[in-house]
Structures are given as structure tokens and as C-alpha cells.
Design a protein around this ligand. Structure first.
Ligand SMILES: [Zn+2]
Length: 252
């Protein structure tokens, strides 16, 4: 884990570390040690920043989270919103994993953001379950917070802008919203669908890291036929994943 560098801005930031370590273990299980220890990455949190991101400054890679403080009645004071940390960090770690597998090539935002959101749910669930581990890293209060956040996300109104999309123009517009991190776009049934799929087939998750190799020239669609041909072990899994891709009339 030497490639993960914590840069603390506030003394409390050290409390993020156990949560990060849990997530790193999860990502190693899903995507392999080689992927998760490939490139150095500096971790920072900025309470007042606008949005979390994986970014490259010069030739240094950063994950910047934007987690704020919440009231903690049980601890009579404020603490970081750890569920937000877990959600943001797992999302950005998925971007990191995809980038390590295939840095070149185009990114299809509607697809990649869906994968990252799905892994954020997996991260929340995993962290929550770690409450039962020997070391009391996660307090009961934090666990309850994580649980209610997850349940709320699962039951809230899910919509799909992708389902009714049938032209490249519309898909391009949708893609732009995803790229801008538009919240309403992110809260879709597709992320819940991929989350369920990944929960059941964690051993196949690594296949997803290859998607950038199959981006079509229009940079909006993924060539699943070719992907499936190249990956005979993942046929059933990829056929499920492809159901979230809009069917565009006239597209190859
Ligand atoms: Zn993202």
C-alpha cells in the first residue's frame, strides 16, 4: 500500500485511513493487487471543495474527496460524514482501477460513471459489514448511518434516461450530463442493476476494467460483440452488462 499517500489537511483526516484501508482490501479482492498498487496516488480531502475527483496534476495522480462534518449526537460533537467518504472514495477508486488497466483510449462517461456508482454501493455495503470485524473500526452509529444511506439509495425513485434513449444525439446529451457529474443523471436504475450484478459475480468484475478497449469511434457506445468475442469466459456476465446500453437505431 506504499503507493497510496495520505496528505492530511486537518488532524481529523487521519480518521479516514481505516475506511480507506477497508476499501483498498475490497478493491484488491475485486480487481487484483497488481491493479491497485500500480501507480502512486495522493489522497486529500477538502471540506469546502465542489466535487470529488481523480485528477492528474503534472504527472502526479490525486484522489480528492470533499467530505464535510456532520452532527454526531452520540459523540457530542461533529465528526466526518464517513458514509460520504466511503461513497466518494470507492467511486474514485473505480476510476483509478479502470485507468490502471487502460489509460489510453476514450472514456464513455455514461458507462464509466455507472460502474463507479455501482462500486460505491459495493464499498458502502462492504464497509458496513466490517462492523462485525474484530477491531471496532466502524462504530455502531457509523454503521447505522451507512445502512440507512444504502437503503435510501436502493429504494428512492429510480429513473432511467438511458432506457428511452434511441438516438446518438440524445445519448450524446445524456453523456454530457454524466460527464458533468449531474446528480440526477447518476441516480439511475442502471447503477443499482450493475451493483447487484457485481455483488453476485465479484470474480468477474475485473472484466469491466477492459471496457475502454471496446469504445466505438462515436465515443458513446461500446462494441459488446467484439468484447464478448475476446472474452469467452465472460459471455453471460457481459450479456447482462450490455442490457444497460441503449439500442440506437441505425448504429452498428
Ligand atoms: Zn466519476
Amino acid at each position: 500500500m506504499d503507493n497510496w499517500i495520505f496528505e492530511y489537511n486537518r488532524i481529523e483526516d487521519k480518521d479516514f485511513k481505516p475506511f480507506f484501508n477497508m476499501l483498498l482490501n475490497l478493491f484488491r479482492e475485486y480487481f487484483g493487487d497488481d491493479i491497485m498498487s500500480k501507480e502512486n496516488c495522493t489522497l486529500q480531502n477538502f471540506v469546502d471543495d465542489n466535487y470529488p475527483r481523480l485528477s492528474c496534476d503534472g504527472n502526479k495522480l490525486f484522489i480528492k474527496t470533499t467530505v464535510g462534518l456532520i452532527d454526531s449526537p452520540l459523540q457530542s460533537g461533529c465528526q466526518y460524514d464517513y458514509r460520504m467518504y466511503v461513497f466518494q472514495m470507492a467511486h474514485e477508486l473505480m476510476h483509478y482501477a479502470i485507468m490502471q488497466q487502460f489509460a489510453e483510449g476514450s472514456c464513455v462517461d455514461w458507462f464509466e460513471e455507472t460502474l463507479c456508482e455501482a462500486m460505491a454501493f459495493i464499498g458502502l455495503e462492504y464497509t458496513m459489514n466490517k462492523y462485525f470485524s474484530r477491531r471496532p473500526i466502524v462504530t455502531r452509529e457509523t454503521r447505522e448511518n451507512l445502512k440507512s444511506y444504502l437503503e435510501k439509495a436502493m429504494t428512492e425513485d429510480q429513473h432511467s434516461v438511458l432506457e428511452s434513449c434511441s438516438t446518438l444525439e440524445t445519448l450524446s446529451e445524456i453523456n454530457r450530463h454524466y460527464a458533468q457529474g449531474d446528480n440526477r443523471s447518476a441516480q439511475t436504475k442502471e447503477r443499482i442493476f450493475i451493483y447487484s450484478l457485481l455483488s453476485e459475480h465479484s470474480q468477474q468484475a475485473r472484466i469491466l476494467l477492459n471496457y475502454r478497449q471496446y469504445v466505438e469511434p462515436n465515443k458513446l457506445l461500446i462494441d459488446f460483440d467484439k468484447w464478448i468475442r475476446d472474452c469467452p469466459d465472460g459471455i453471460a456476465f457481459l450479456n447482462e452488462v450490455r442490457t444497460i446500453q441503449p439500442i440506437i437505431s441505425g448504429a452498428s
